[in-house]
Write a protein that binds this ligand. Structure first.
Ligand code: CMC
Length: 426
């Protein structure tokens, strides 16, 4: 039986249907609101607005649950490969061995990047941020790989190209930033190993694959693979709704992810911890600044729009710091500082009352540092991990029979009509 919500406006009462998701989440369907009542809704930051129905990722922010296509992220982090996780998100089900092999072959076949693209890298100013470069390069891919014959082929090949080439382009930009020779992808290596080899292999010191490092990267990428309608995913869907190419939509997602309130927080956390260390390691002044609403400083890696408890991804990251660093024989003073900061914040009334807990970015930078990733590439690592999610969400929006171009409305608060004044009368 359909439930309804009644809206009383003036003399009239309107009924709007309540719809329910498979996990019991409820929403008022306002799609006919303006037509029926002449009203729109106002919801800054879309904190109360569902932008779509989706069967990809489920989050429960109160209980700290995250599942991809129904499977708890903890299980995927324990058992799955990143490639399997990407397949699951994009295709809706886990691959059979045959399907996974075919997917691997396709990824290998498309992992090279057009040699002419290297010229772009050479011409970016030295100080360019890798996220700006990646966003531009992904958009530029369309010029190098023009449209294919059929829509199905276009989607399948574009998806594969993005998954395979973005990883190559990220490693390539690192090599070029160091003035080193580019290392090409190797078909004999699995997804994570291949990336690490492209990043760290040099003619004088061949890269030795370390399973501990490979595993840490696998888990990092799986934990970042999707997170329902966050800022960058919404950017991908909104930009995609104008029917741009998938390259352009993903490029928009990368640009959105770059921000320090979103994916850029992993870089910002390490910079904040380094600032604390440099200023003598005292936590209290930073906590006080974060609580002062006149000070724009926030505790980076803390807080989340959806999670009002410990982010399940942060739990795994923290545990991983405790196992991976000792196994790699690394002692990172920033890890001790991060733990001290967490402990102090979680005891503080402000953080308790505001439900502020560590999010995925709080400990992820410590792992990335430990595996040798430079700080300015942290958000690029997030972007490679998030690609399958962006692609799955874009595909879902394209297949939606109720598809519409994204075009929110507004409440206008500017001047009412007035006449143009000639310049000498102003
Ligand atoms: N430090 C101090 N105060 C905070 C923080 C923080 N990190 N996060 C939120 N608050 C306070 C905020 O000042 C506000 O207080 P009041 O109600 O007294 O004015 C209240 O908590 C609610 O904050 P909000 O900004 O309205 O919440 P939001 O849902 O719009 O923002 C957030 C979520 C993630 C942008 C925010 O928590 C934040 O800026 N965190 C730091 C940046 C960060 O770690 N971002 C990574 C997010 S997880 C990775 C990803 O998926 O992007």
């Amino acid at each position: 039986m359909t439930a309804f919500v009644k809206i009383v406006y003036g003399e009239r009462t309107f009924e709007l249907p309540v719809i329910m998701g498979s996990e019991g989440e409820k929403a008022i369907d306002i799609s006919k609101l303006r037509q029926k009542t002449g009203l729109i809704t106002l919801d800054p930051g879309f904190a109360n607005t569902g932008s779509c129905k989706s069967s990809i990722t489920f989050m429960d922010g109160e209980k700290g649950i995250l599942r991809y296509r129904g499977i708890p992220v903890e299980q995927l982090a324990e058992h799955a490969s990143f490639k399997e996780t990407a397949y699951l998100l994009i295709n809706g089900v886990l691959p059979t061995r045959k399907e996974l092999n075919k997917f691997s072959v396709m990824l290998n076949d498309h992992s090279l990047v057009h040699e002419d693209m290297q010229l772009f890298y050479h011409n970016f100013p030295r100080a360019s941020h890798p996220m700006g470069i990646l966003s531009s390069m992904v958009n530029a891919l369309r010029s190098f790989y023009p449209e294919l014959q059929t829509l199905e082929e276009e989607i399948n090949i574009t998806v594969t190209r993005l998954l395979a080439k973005t990883r190559t382009m990220a490693a390539m930009s690192y090599k070029m930033s160091r003035g080193h020779k580019v290392v090409y992808p190797r078909p004999d290596l699995a997804y994570c190993e291949n990336f690490l080899n492209m990043m760290f292999d040099t003619p004088v010191k061949p890269y030795q694959i370390d399973q501990e490092v490979v595993n840490a990267l696998r888990v990092f990428w799986i934990l970042h693979a999707d997170h329902e309608q966050n800022c960058s995913t919404s950017a991908v869907r909104i930009v995609g709704s104008g029917r741009v190419t998938l390259y352009a939509a993903i490029s928009a997602g990368i640009a959105a992810l770059w921000g320090p309130l979103h994916g850029g927080a992993n870089q910002a956390v390490i910079e904040m911890l380094a600032d604390i260390a440099e200023s003598g390691g005292k936590i209290a002044p930073f906590i006080e600044r974060a609580k002062d609403n006149k000070d724009p400083f926030r505790l980076m890696g803390f807080g989340h729009r959806v999670y009002k408890t410990y982010d399940p991804r942060a739990k795994i990251m923290k545990k991983m710091c405790d196992t991976v660093l000792p196994r790699l024989k690394i002692s990172d003073p920033l890890l001790d500082l991060a733990k001290e900061l967490e402990e102090a914040a979680l005891k503080d009334d402000y953080f308790i009352e505001h439900n502020l807990y560590p999010n995925v970015d709080f400990y992820s930078g410590i792992i990335l540092r430990a595996i040798g990733i430079p700080t300015n590439m942290f958000t690029v690592m997030f972007a490679i991990g998030r690609l399958p999610g962006w692609i799955a969400q874009w595909k879902e929006s394209m297949d939606d029979p109720n598809w519409k171009i994204s075009r929110p409305r507004q409440i206008y608060t500017g001047p009412t009509e007035m006449d143009y004044l000639p310049i000498d009368k102003r």
